[in-house]
Every structure is written in C-alpha cells, then in structure tokens.
Design a protein around this ligand. Structure first.
Ligand code: CS2
Ligand code: MG
Length: 402
C-alpha cells in the first residue's frame, strides 16, 4: 500500500478545526486532527510545505517508522506545531491501518479493556451560587464527574467561565483579549466553592478543578492543601508546565491528586514527573502529543508509576481527536478519565461522529479505523476565522506570569 496524496481541510463551524486527510492507492483514506488552537495556520504550513511532500510514496502501515522519520527528520525536535503535524499524520495512518484490516482502532492497540469511557463535563458560573447550581444541571444530564470553575468577584472575564448565556469556548475571534487577573482573590474563593458543592451534592460525584497554570508553587501547594477536605478527583495545571520542579512543593504539602500536560507534547516533558511520582494524571492529548504511536509509549511509562491518563478534550480538539481518544481509552489498562466538552450542534454537520454519551460514559462504535468521517462540502461552508486565547494583566497592568 502507498500514500498517493494528502489534503488539509480548514473549517470554522463555530470554531476552527484543521483536519488532515491522507489518501492511498488502495482507495482507503484516513483522518487526523491537526488543530492547534490559535496557531492553526502554522500547522497547516508545516504539513503542506514539509510533511505531505515527504509522505507521498510511503507505506501507510509503517506507523512506527513514519513517526520517527518526522520526529527525527525535522532536526528541531518537539514543539507544539511540529508535534501537532506529526500527531495528525499518525492518527490518519492508524485510521487507514484499521480500515485496511477491517477492524476498529482499539483492536490494534490491545483490544477492549472496558466497554465505556468515564468522562467529565464542565460546570461553571459567574459566582459560587451559579456554578454550584450548574453542577446539579450536569448531574441531571447523567455526568458522574464534573469540572467546576467560578468567576472571581472583582475580576472580569475569569478564564474557564462561560460568557452570559453562551457555551464556554476558550478562544475568541481576533487577536488575544486582555483580561485582568488577581491570584490572591482567586485563592480566597475556590476552597469555598468546593465546600459548598460537597455540602449540597455529597461525595458521590467526582469533582475536578483547573487552575490553568495560574499559581506559583507555594500558592499551588496552598490551594491543593485547602481543597483536601473536598476530595477532588484532580487539580489540573496547578503550576505552569514550564516549571516541573514546582510540582514537588505541591506533593510535599497535599494529597490532592494532580493532573498536568495539556500543553506538553512529548514523553520528555514527563520524565521527572513520572519518575518522582509528582502527578497522577497525564493530560497530553493525541492531537498534540505525537498521536497514537507516541502516547502508547507515554501511557506505558506512566503505568509503571501508577499514573493514569486523563486526556484533554476541550472543544478546541475536533471530533476526530475525540474518536481516536475513545479508541485509545478503550484499549489501555491505565485509563483514568476523559474530558468531554460537547461541541456545538453545527460541528456535527461537518463531522459524522461515531460515539455517544450515556449515563456518564462515552461509547465508541465498532466502525473500522477511528471510524469518523468529514463532510467536505459542509466544511467548505465555514471558512477559517482568526481566533485567539486571552492574555492576562495584573490589576496594576503588568503582564501576568505568576
Ligand atoms: C482547558 C482548556 O479543557 C481544559 O482543561 O484548559 O479550555 C484550554 O484552556 C484550551 O483547550 C486552550 O486551547
Ligand atoms: Mg486545562
């Protein structure tokens, strides 16, 4: 079998998605998600100019060799743009492999370890009361795990909290919006948010929280410690991934489980965190972390240290990523949880999804490969629109870093 061509479909059904489609001489094609929120066109250029020309003529079944060809062949290894391009290629090749062997992707990587995938949804609100009410709404939909974020009084546009009446979407049209941030106000609010939630809904619901890299190690240790009585499923990105040593201080002070890695892209971002057992869940998604080929290795190394997966699954990853993640989660032993932020209805016009939510879990169909398809005519109806994630300034105007 040989790769004959590949194309990139950029579409904006409510938000931007980049999809790679690889064609072969056997008539089988495969899809990969190449979406990197706010840097979509950089990945498109990387694929168009450098990767696709080198793919033509290769045997798509050689996933291991092709992965290493692109990882080593770039010389400037790693980085989100390169790794997203490699991930999309890898995902599409595993899709082709499954279709060629007429079997779902999960069968190629271990078969079924489980029939359904535990997912967590998002509840957020402008204040504690609204956020707590929204946990109840998610529980009524059947979710057994909910990520909870609340607006901080005195801070406009808290990241992770939806705008009045709109579904939560991290990126906004245009250049980065400038928000204000005050960590001390944030630290004072969050423990109470979880205390209240536990008081109302009890211990039966898994609760998660995302700090979005906003704390210094000492602040992160404080919040992790103060949240201990609320028994979180995890505390995500308590410190920035740039400072892995920062996780040590959290561990020294608290037993709140820690998740990190939505901005990581190789196993090398994790080695200290694994070997020192500084985390409990890995967030690096298939779309940015080198695809199935690389994540299989990361998950295998994590399992040695009793660390589980908890892949990023925000709306800025396309349904192609979700389908691939569900296969992956079905197969591996050390699966933990999967983030599930439902896409807007219009997204399902463009992508023909092959999974569904039921009673707190996601179920993936038995269609060969990843089993997801794209309607290119519908995709063409929604042209790319520049969108960006916000930046933050402290109340005195300084760019917020810690
Ligand atoms: C968040 C995301 O889902 C999460 O855990 O951190 O909303 C994240 O901020 C965006 O995906 C960034 O593109
Ligand atoms: Mg996050």
């Amino acid at each position: 079998m040989k790769i004959t061509s590949a194309k990139i479909i950029v579409s904006c059904p409510g938000r931007n998605f980049v999809t790679l489609k690889i064609y072969t001489d056997s008539g089988i094609s495969g899809l990969g998600d190449a979406t990197l929120n706010g840097r979509e066109k950089a990945v498109v250029t990387c694929l168009e100019q450098y990767c696709i020309p080198a793919l033509i003529g290769k045997d798509p079944r050689n996933t291991e060799d092709i992965w290493h060809y692109f990882y080593l062949g770039v010389y400037w290894k790693r980085g989100a743009v390169t790794m997203t391009a490699i991930s999309a290629i890898d995902m599409a090749l595993w899709d082709i492999k499954g279709k060629a062997l007429n079997t779902p992707l999960y069968n190629l990587i271990g078969g079924k370890s489980r029939d359904k995938i535990l997912v967590y949804s998002h509840a957020n609100g402008k204040d504690i009361q609204e956020a707590v009410e929204n946990v109840g709404a998610e529980m009524e939909k059947g979710f057994r795990a909910v990520r909870l974020q609340a607006g901080i009084p005195g801070i406009s546009g808290t990241y992770g909290v939806a705008k009045e009446g709109k579904p939560y979407e991290p990126a906004e049209k245009g250049l980065p919006r400038e928000d204000t941030w005050d960590t001390s106000k944030y630290l004072n609010i969050i423990p109470g948010l979880f205390e209240k939630t536990r008081e109302i809904y009890g211990e039966d619901i898994h609760l998660l929280h995302d700090v979005h890299h906003r704390c210094k190690p000492v602040e992160a240790a404080r919040i992790a410690k103060e949240l201990e009585p609320s028994h979180l499923f995890w505390l995500e990105d308590p410190v920035s991934g740039e400072l892995q040593e920062g996780l040590r201080m959290i561990r020294q002070h608290s037993t709140t489980p820690v998740a990190i890695g939505e901005v990581f892209n190789t196993i090398y971002d994790y080695t200290t965190l694994f070997t020192e057992q500084l985390i409990d869940y890995i967030r690096m998604p298939l779309a940015h972390g080198g695809g199935i080929t690389h994540l299989l290795k990361v998950a295998a190394m994590a399992s040695v240290y009793k660390i589980h997966t908890g892949f990023h699954g925000a709306t800025d990853l396309s349904p192609v990523s979700m389908a691939a993640a569900l296969h992956f989660n079905t197969a591996i032993n050390n699966f933990g949880i999967q983030e599930y932020m439902p896409h807007q209805e219009v997204v399902n016009e463009v992508f023909h999804i092959n999974y569904h939510f039921k009673d707190g879990y996601m179920v993936i169909n038995d269609t060969p490969g990843t089993g997801i398809d794209i309607d290119e005519k519908k995709a063409a109806k929604y042209p790319y629109e520049r969108a960006s994630l916000p930046v933050n300034r402290k109340t005195d105007g300084t760019m917020f870093y810690w």
